[in-house]
Design a protein around this ligand. Structure first.
Ligand SMILES: [Zn+2]
Length: 66
């Protein structure tokens, strides 16, 4: 994969869209109605969405809904 920048741990979920704030793939999460970028982290929902394809294939995440 030859992307522009390598994503580091907290921002790995940028590869997917955020279900929380609606940011598209490789776009930062936003807070406060989209007025503020979250450059250093993402929403937990997004982290979960990023991991979701894995957990659906192998359901071993303990079923944590929150
Ligand atoms: Zn978000």
């Amino acid at each position: 994969m030859s992307e522009t920048e390598p994503l580091t741990y907290p921002l790995l979920p940028l590869a997917v869209a955020c279900p929380r704030c609606g940011s598209g793939p490789r776009q930062y999460c936003t807070s406060h109605g989209g007025t503020r970028l979250r450059r250093s982290d993402v929403h937990q929902d997004r982290t979960r969405a990023y991991r979701a394809p894995l957990s659906t294939a192998r359901t071993d995440d303990g079923g944590q809904e929150r």
